[in-house]
Design a protein around this ligand. Sequence first.
Ligand SMILES: O=C(O)C1=C[C@@H](OP(=O)(O)O)[C@@H](O)[C@H](O)C1
Ligand SMILES: C=C(OP(=O)(O)O)C(=O)O
Length: 759
Amino acid sequence: MPNEARVLIVGLGLIGGSLAAALRAVGYAGTIQSCDPDAGEIARGIEMGLIDHGDTRLASLVEGATLIVLAVPVLAMRSVMQELADLLPREALSGTAPRVVITDVGSTKAAVRDCALAAFGELPAGLVLGHPIAGSEKSGVAASNPQLYIKHKVILTPSRETAPAAVARVQTLWRACGAEVLEMDVERHDQVLARTSHLPHLLAFSLVDTLARQDERLEIFRYAAGGFRDFTRIAGSDPVMWRDIFTANRDAVLSSLDDFEAGLGRLRQAVEAGDGDAMLSIFDRASHARHYFDSLLNQTSYQVEYQMQQQGKLTFRAAPGGRVAGRIRVPGDKSISHRSIMLGALAEGVTEVKGFLEGEDSLATLQAFREMGVAIEGPHQGRVTVHGVGMHGLKAPAGPLYVGNAGTAMRLFAGLLAGQGFDTELIGDASLTKRPMGRVADPLRVMGAKIDTAEGGRPPLKIHGGQKLKGITYDMPMASAQVKSCLLLAGLYAEGETRVREPAPTRDHTERMLAGFGYEVHREGDTCWLNGGGKLTAAPIDVPSDISSATFFLVAAAITPGSNLILEHVGINPTRIGVINILKLMGADLHLTNEREVGGEPVADLHIRYAPLKGIDIPLDQVPLAIDEFPALFVAAACATGTTRLRGAEELRVKESDRIQAMADGLATLGVEHTVLEDGIDIVGAGEREVAYGGGRIDSLGDHRIAMSFVVASLRAGEEIVIDDCANVATSFPGFTELARTVGLHVEEEDAGNTEERA
Ligand SMILES: O=C(O)C1=C[C@@H](OP(=O)(O)O)[C@@H](O)[C@H](O)C1
Ligand SMILES: C=C(OP(=O)(O)O)C(=O)O
């Protein structure tokens, strides 16, 4: 709450009136006064209970005011500042703790700063220029809204002369009104606002005016709907205020208008030439821009960004017990979905994708290609159409490419982008930013790529384009399909042969899809290779259901007496079936039916019924084939008779979380006996005891697979399991809880805010 004896608002319009209303609403105890040239507005403000007192003249109000907010039009700032400079003793605004603080709400800052310099002869320590971004086409005190600033941004632009204590007081004022306060310098503010606010208003004024002048205007307005209606809403804004803004921010507005005209020219050309691909590429990029940029700015998940802003972090509550039955299909394979967009984009021709995973990871990949000029339609119910641009058709993106939570995307992109003619930067969310990228950057550098990483080989990755790559023979130190795929993709652009040897078989989707797109990839034993310089030809892709997602339900049925479940159309690529082999070794009643091949990948329906499980020593050769399935398999182990031992799985420590430790911590909460090793874990199972372990509160550490595994664990728990930080489940398995409920689990989603209220 602001610790100000008296707030003086100069200019009682929508912005000033709403500030008063917001302060009242949160119970501000001091006096609120206002000065406005319109005595009627003052009277209305008093009548509405917004202000205690007001006047049309400033002189009678300044004394006793501790915080003065200038909410007058930008062009009126000069005279108001001059009056204040005459009325206020200079020392009131000076020192490290000025007695009086002045702030403003003008939407351009350089012009207001110039007014201050002219009036005071310097920038006083107590002057904090600011701008609440919460305008509206409404005006006047009558439109005041106490909620106008809630969750809106206020940008403060302090100068070197500004006292930090003064900045803090203005921050307190706006935070009390519910706003989020940011700081930037004056020039940057004006450029940002020219683009995000002033230009759109200029366009709206211009379009509505142009159409309104035309003869058939009555018709236009009669049938106006949708887009035009939105334009007219913006064009209904206060003309005087906007004249002042365009006058004050002339240069920045003109430069944003230049950019706009260039963009409009490109679109005009596309329309003129009937270039559907160019149009699609522009429209698709624009239509997804909002979410993409939100994610990019906040470096958080792509699809749930909006949801998270609304809800805070997502929590799952899983009630104990239940059993699973039914026939379901889980979403498309994540690994194949990423690759379908990547290869589709580089191919010649149009790639039709079916069964695409509409999860955040693969959507982020899709959006990143849009940023590089690829026209992509969809996804619509798993269907995506990629208009390939050929091996050399990608364009430089305007900013960093955000790949969300996906290690796969960042590593495969690194290889693919190392071969382009332009520079790129790859960034990801908080989890991805901790993951090792040296494993791809190092061999790519040997191929001739120029890549900068952050300390310790972590993201972001800065990839300098235009380098000549040459093929290498690389002996991978770890069994990683991502490293292998990265090098093969770089190899497409390299001179000569790129050979990769893997210490153990890893998923081979890249090789299969390259072959499907007509690119020759060779394999002999543990080594695969290709020659650079070829081309890809578009081919249809049918993405099978993700065996990694199916795993949660396989384990659910395997541990719960009475269960009987069929999972349809699951990918059973031999490099991915570790989970099937391991569950069978543990005694699961699991059968594959209807085996067939779709688009170069084998699929089957998986039928699983409950059977008692026993602990096993997991064969080392199965580890890379089940690498993403271990979190769920640990739950199976906790329900088996005897001890299950896993070794050679140190890779688990560098996934979305340290999965060995994250699972061990969760199992400890449930009371499951276990021993953690550097490269694995021993888990002592409960056997056929109906309640295998207890419940409790578990931190998924933002790791989708940890979150889903503990939901599955609830089937044999004695008490409720509450799992925090679950929003990232949407990266690989959108609709997980809904599907889980369909088959008989008792899981609910709630936002963290509610949980706290309950606690
Ligand atoms: O190539 C891929 O699509 C993947 C490879 C694996 O990672 P590593 O290559 O790091 O083992 C796996 O964990 C990941 O979920 C997907
Ligand atoms: C490790 C995983 O994915 P990625 O490496 O793409 O983040 C996963 O999905 O379990």
